[in-house]
Design a binder for this molecule. Structure first.
Ligand code: SAH
Length: 366
């Protein structure tokens, strides 16, 4: 009996390693090396979801592949389509764990939002994923598999090709560094998604930002700031205690210096919590230094918070104030709210319980 854990995963391996492993495998079996190219073309170009779709291979060789390799292919447990055509997929992993990905159609693009962990340990007070707890890291194959499954679904449903990928689903990508970096390489090098069209969104994990800065590819970085000062930010984003804003900004300076790459700041707008106009001044100062774009995300309701989004007038004023202080800002329109697919609403069917920081925060009043 061969156990799954020790078999290399054809879906998650970086393509040069997959090529090497396949070459050695076929050589051991006395099979000609051109089979490597055939196999990888089916997996990467045709997005084969099982070895049986590698039809060029004799059936015995397809079986032999499954003995030697794993081929991560989560099952589609459910798909929900919003009135705005945003589509949320619920994927069941081999161990039963559930995760989600979201397809967001735009006028000239199709963006896929993928998960990097099952749940999240960061416990941001305004985010449903944090309220659903942390279960485990995803493998590189499980991250890439969301793209493969969503891409096949999008093609079949007439959504067209996926043009952009954002790591903004469940989890904190930079707390799962090795698998996330491998998945970035696979999506870029094997599936041809341009590095500038792939965004890693982080709550601000300094060692992870430093590791990403070392990559030769120009992957984009979004930083979930949500407050311009330490006092307020630590109440919204507990990891601020470990990586306070000055240390975070230092790592962003190193990130920029390493490749001149643009950074985006995300700022969730919660009524009467972090939408005071004076906060826009601090935020603008930070954004200006990095020539960074600011995305203002109206708070998407999370049951149990009692919070609501800043009203449209306040969003406008806040954005204007940023602009008047020399920072570029966009107010993002929520997508897929009716199917709980918007930012911060993903919980993959898990029960929502307030994280400890939220309880403390509410007891202290904002
Ligand atoms: N852990 C990563 C990526 C996941 S969240 C990160 O923190 O960046 C993607 C974005 O949605 C983040 O900017 C996050 O702060 C934001 N978000 C979380 N909850 C939200 C909510 N209820 N309403 C609006 N945006 C939210």
């Amino acid at each position: 009996m061969i156990t799954t854990t020790h078999r290399p995963d054809l879906i998650g391996l970086p393509p040069d390693r997959a090529r090497g492993e396949l070459l050695a495998h076929f050589r051991r079996r006395g099979v000609a090396p051109y089979r490597v190219g055939q196999t990888l073309a089916r997996i990467y170009d045709k997005v084969a979801l099982s070895v049986d779709e590698i039809t060029e291979l004799p059936i015995a060789e397809r079986r032999a592949l499954l003995d030697a390799f794993s081929f991560t292919s989560p099952k589609l447990a459910r798909v929900q389509v919003s009135t705005d055509r945003t589509a949320k997929h619920l994927w069941r992993m081999a161990d039963g764990e559930l995760i989600e990905s979201v397809l967001i159609p735009g006028t000239d693009r199709l963006t896929l939002c993928i998960s990097s962990q099952a749940g999240c340990a960061m416990a941001c007070t305004f985010c449903a994923t944090g309220w659903s707890g942390y279960r485990r890291n995803l493998t590189a194959g499980e991250i890439v598999a969301q793209y493969r499954g969503a891409r096949r679904w999008a093609e079949a449903e007439g959504y067209g090709p996926i043009t952009n990928i954002v790591y903004m689903g469940l989890g904190e990508p930079l707390m799962n560094l090795g698998p996330v970096i491998n998945s970035l390489t696979v999506l870029n090098a094997a599936y041809g998604v341009g590095a500038r069209r792939i965004t890693v969104s982080t709550v601000g994990i300094v060692p992870g930002i430093d590791a990403l800065a070392e990559r030769p590819e120009q992957f984009k970085l979004a930083v979930s700031l949500h407050a311009p000062d330490h006092e307020l930010r630590q109440r919204l984003v507990p990891v601020e205690k470990k990586y306070p804003i000055p240390a975070l900004l230092e790592s962003l300076r190193r990130f920029e210096a390493a490749g001149g790459r643009r950074i985006t700041f995300e700022y969730v707008m919660i009524d009467d919590v972090n939408d005071d106009l004076e906060l826009a001044d601090g935020l603008a100062a930070i954004a200006r230094e990095f020539h960074a774009h600011v995305n203002l995300i109206p708070f998407n309701p999370v049951p149990g918070t009692g919070w609501s989004a800043s009203p449209p007038g306040r969003l406008r004023q806040f954005a204007d104030r940023l602009e008047s202080r020399g920072a570029n800002a966009t107010v993002r329109s929520p997508r897929g709210q009716d199917i709980a697919a918007a930012c911060g609403q993903l919980a993959a069917e898990h029960e929502l319980k307030p994280p400890k920081p939220f309880v403390q925060l509410v007891n202290r009043r904002v």
